[in-house]
Each structure stands twice: as structure tokens, then as C-alpha cells.
Write a protein of this length. Structure first.
Lengths: 185, 83
């Protein structure tokens, strides 16, 4: 919840306030809750609305500083899923891997899995606000694509682009982690 | 003319679309054909899926639940609604 709120507001304190307000909103609104959406989706709807309001208020009081945190949910800038230098650019194999992913896969070792998980959480935190928002709601919280589009008011296409970019960066983090482990062992 | 083939550089951009069922039938066949014969891309896919699974688990690291004061208020609310 904090992660979602943080995508709209400038500080951790403000995000904590928003989360607190959301919980209170959930308590006060329980009677009005309709079963047609899941409790989780409904809770996130309250959260996103409050965070948005708060973020807009912040943006008005500091016109230049927090525009970036509002981060339009519009993935206009082209951003490849994988560093383009890892593919051949010339000849018969142009567009095919020149530096393919290493064979390494994650072992079934709970210590390693926990460590990799921590790296991934850090990677998610380091994403742009809109990418973080989408991956948190979809992959961490398990909301559906339709629910996320509705919640964030983004088109299906934009939602998917943001999700793919976010997932691609998280995968790259896992790859780095696996390579480090293989190299350091 | 479009190349009747998916190259790695295109493959890595289509993974989410494929997982979400967003490719056309033709695109899907080309994608799956590439996945079947390209072992670097199938390693990419394994890592992609593993990082997805880890993101799901991240809920556990992230779930802090409501703060204590709110938790108490929630319990009160539930108690009252049961009356």
C-alpha cells in the first residue's frame, strides 16, 4: 500500500498518512462496500483516490518539484526490455542475441530465494512511479489487467507497456543477481 | 514486407503480451516457434517467469498490514457490525 501511495506523493510521511487515511476510509465505508468488486480492489480504489488528491495538492503548492512524481501514465518514451547492445546489429544474426542470458537459473534454496526476493523488491522500489504502480498492483497484489486499467484510468495497451517495462527491469535484476552468484562462487 | 519470423530482439518485447493473451494467432505462433528453437530466449523466459514468481512472493515482504491503532479500530468495527 505504501508503495502504491508513494507513486503519487513526494515523501514517505505523506504516503504513510495516505495509507492511514485509507484504512480509516475502509472502516468507515465497510457498510457501503458492494460485493461486486473484491475487497482488495475496493481498498486500492480508496487508496489511489486519496493519494491522487494528496499528490495534486502537493503539486499545486510546489509547482516544479513534484511534477515528476505524478508521472503521466503514458509510456511515450521508447524503452527496450533488454539492453540493445546485447543483440547483434549486423549480418545474418542481426536481432539475435550476441550476449545471451547465462544458463543460470534460480536454485531451489530458500536462502537464495529470499536474497533474490530482496533484490527484486529493491528493484521494484527503484522503478519510475507509473511502472512501480502497475507492477505492484498486478504482480505483487495480483489484481487483474482490467481492474488495474479501471483503477488507474489507463488504456489496456499502456497498462501492458508499463507492466512489460517494469517486469523486464525486474528480470534484469534477477539475471544480475544470478550472474553475481555464479561469478562469485 | 514483414519478416515471417520473430527474432530475439522482438521476442523479448512480446513476452508480457504473450502471457496476457494479447497476441494475434499469427503472432502467437511465430512467438511460440521462436521459443521452441531458441535456447537463449527460453532461458530468458525462465528468468522472466521466475522473477514474476518472486514478485508474487514479495507480497510477503511488503505486507505490513494495518498499523496497530487502525487494527484496533477495525476490530471494533467488526465487533459492532456483528451485534
Amino acid at each position: 500500500m505504501l508503495r502504491v501511495a508513494r507513486s503519487y506523493v513526494a515523501t514517505r510521511e505523506a504516503a504513510e498518512d495516505v495509507v492511514q487515511e485509507t484504512w480509516l476510509g475502509v472502516i468507515n465505508g465497510l457498510d457501503r462496500f458492494e460485493e461486486r468488486s473484491s475487497l482488495k480492489t475496493w481498498m486500492f480504489r480508496i487508496l489511489v483516490n486519496r493519494a491522487k488528491t494528496r499528490g495534486e495538492r502537493e503539486a499545486r503548492s510546489r509547482p516544479f518539484s513534484s511534477l515528476e512524481t505524478l508521472d503521466l501514465l503514458d509510456p511515450r518514451v521508447d524503452e527496450p526490455a533488454v539492453d540493445p547492445s546485447r543483440f547483434n546489429t549486423h549480418g545474418r544474426w542481426a536481432g539475435y542475441w550476441s550476449s545471451p542470458p547465462s544458463v543460470a537459473a534460480l536454485p531451489e534454496d530458500s536462502v537464495v530465494i529470499a536474497e533474490a526476493g530482496e533484490r527484486l523488491v529493491a528493484a521494484i522500489d527503484g522503478l519510475s512511479p507509473s511502472q512501480r504502480l502497475v507492477i505492484t498492483l498486478r504482480d505483487v497484489q495480483g489484481l487483474s489487467a482490467a481492474e488495474v486499467c479501471d483503477l488507474l484510468q489507463v488504456s489496456e495497451g499502456n497498462q501492458r507497456v508499463l507492466l512489460h517495462r517494469a517486469r523486464s527491469k525486474v528480470r534484469a535484476t534477477l539475471e544480475c543477481y544470478l550472474d553475481d552468484r555464479a561469478g562469485g562462487a | 514486407m514483414r519478416q515471417p519470423e520473430v527474432r530475439c530482439v522482438e521476442f523479448v518485447e512480446q513476452v508480457t503480451q504473450w502471457l496476457e493473451g494479447g497476441l494475434t494467432d499469427e503472432e502467437r505462433l511465430l512467438f511460440e516457434e521462436h521459443l521452441a528453437y531458441c535456447s537463449p530466449c527460453s532461458r530468458f523466459m525462465v528468468q522472466f517467469r521466475q522473477s514474476l514468481a518472486l514478485s508474487r512472493m514479495a507480497d510477503g515482504y511488503m505486507r505490513q498490514g494495518p498499523p496497530p491503532m487502525v487494527r484496533a479500530a477495525l476490530q471494533d468495527a467488526f465487533r459492532q457490525s456483528r451485534r
